[in-house]
Design a binder for this molecule. Structure first.
Ligand code: MHO
Length: 209
């Protein structure tokens, strides 16, 4: 079953920050993509927040001109930025944009490598950043959202959340936990990679789903 030890061991076994790269996107309400991208093999951590605007300290209820966004830290040895773009473009129609800025679709590129990758990615289909409605912008700053928005699906399952609390994790540790990213995906109904070793533990978690 899912025990505090399983959580701590899984988290310890994942690549640390120096070994991962970060990608930032926006695809509407951030709860959904937080869970969907957490399910991807090679995605190590996820978090949700606000980006793309100018308001200094955005909050969910005082968002200003920001957009709901999410970040994934991924292992570049197992997954490329283009692999992530595949999922981003599967999940929205780049020919349409939502009127409300809060829920707009965006790719927030951070590095020169990401700028080239998105251009190459679009060019392969005869498109360019200017020919689509999806905002392709440089990420100035990512403002993490309130704790209750992080790993939203996991938080709705007391049996899962309880195991993190038992392991002594605080809200920030839950947000940054690789185990929480996978379990949040699982709680939202996504299949998570078998090799992650969590699936066995979950099989015996009464009410885990
Ligand atoms: N209308 C949705 C959006 C939440 S999302 C974090 C809700 O309140 O359920 O914007």
């Amino acid at each position: 079953m899912l025990t505090p030890t399983t959580i701590r061991e899984f988290d310890r076994a994942t690549p640390d920050r120096e070994e991962t790269e970060t990608a930032t996107f926006a695809l509407g309400c951030f709860w959904g993509p937080d869970a969907r991208f957490g399910a991807i093999e090679g995605v190590v951590r996820t978090r949700v927040g606000y980006a793309g605007g100018t308001k200094p300290d955005p909050t969910y209820h005082a968002l200003g001109d920001h957009t709901e966004a999410f970040q994934v830290d991924y292992d570049p040895g197992r997954l490329s930025y283009a692999d992530l773009l595949d999922v981003v473009f599967e999940r929205h129609d780049p020919n349409r944009q939502t009127r409300k800025k809060q829920y707009q679709n965006a790719v927030f590129r951070e590095t020169e490598g990401q700028r080239e990758a998105i251009e190459t990615y679009l060019e392969a289909d005869g498109r360019s950043p200017d020919s689509i409605e999806t905002r392709i912008e440089h990420l100035d700053r990512f403002h993490p959202a309130e704790d209750y928005h992080q790993k939203y699906s996991l938080r709705s399952k007391p049996s899962l959340l309880g195991a993190f609390e038992e392991a002594g994790y605080d809200d920030e540790e839950i947000r940054e936990s690789p185990t929480a990213a996978k379990l949040n995906a699982h709680a939202a109904g996504h299949e998570i990679p078998e090799e992650d070793g969590l699936t066995t533990a979950l099989g015996r978690t009464a009410g885990g789903r």
